[in-house]
Design a protein. Structure first.
Length: 59
């Protein structure tokens, strides 16, 4: 059960980042260029790592 919850949390965390990127593209259109799949994936991983690091510092 804990493993399933952690996997769901990771999926939701990544999904929320994709949602933010999609909304940014929708609002700003061609004014923003992020790069290809690898660059966007690395950006999402970096955002998730920063979030977990901040949570660890707060605890």
């Amino acid at each position: 059960m804990r493993v399933t919850a952690r996997i769901a949390l990771v999926i939701l965390s990544a999904g929320s980042k994709f949602l933010v990127l999609w909304l940014t593209d929708l609002v700003l259109g061609g004014a923003v260029r992020l790069g290809g799949f690898i660059e966007v994936t690395l950006l999402i991983v970096a955002l998730m790592a920063a979030r977990y690091a901040v949570r660890a510092l707060i605890r």
